[in-house]
Design a protein around this ligand. Structure first.
Ligand SMILES: [Mg+2]
Length: 153
């Protein structure tokens, strides 16, 4: 299989083998893995910190910078896969189910071209913090009534 076509199942197995070979299973508790995941999200965030908005594809970035982004994205993915495995969650199945739920939450007819949160388009209060809303959420296009832009998704 090509590198780009790797499956979550393959990553899960490779992570399990990696940990077992090093006798690291003893350290891979759900809490420890969650904290490691959050740490990697922080490392990824650091790369973008203070750069302002950047165009898709990162066309102005050096190869080394883009490679660094790939490394940190990989760290996030690998810890996410490992955490899911340790928690007994089938991540692929859970993600597909969540996509279906999000499609219900954000029907095309009400959501197309809008960055409004589902509670504003559906009028329900079933907020779980999840989203697959528009990526053009910024202060200038935000149409939510929240006082903080972080709520504008
Ligand atoms: Mg890292």
């Amino acid at each position: 299989m090509t590198q780009g076509g790797v499956t979550l199942e393959e990553l899960k197995k490779k992570m399990a083998d990696f940990a077992r070979e090093r006798d690291w299973d003893q350290f891979h508790s759900p809490r420890n893995l969650l904290l490691a995941l959050v740490g990697e999200v922080g490392e990824l965030s650091e790369i973008f910190q203070w750069k302002g908005e950047v165009p898709r594809g990162l066309p102005e970035w050096k190869d080394e910078e883009k490679q660094h982004v790939g490394e940190e994205l990989s760290d996030v993915l690998l810890y996410l896969v490992r955490l899911s495995d340790i928690c007994g969650i089938d991540l692929g199945k859970a993600a597909l189910r969540k996509l279906e739920l999000n499609a219900i939450k954000y029907p095309v007819i009400l959501s197309k071209g809008s960055s409004k949160k589902h509670t504003q388009i559906n009028g329900d209060n079933n907020s779980d913090g999840g989203l697959l809303a528009s990526t053009k959420n910024n202060n200038s296009s935000c149409s939510c009534s929240s006082s903080t832009s972080s709520d504008c998704v």
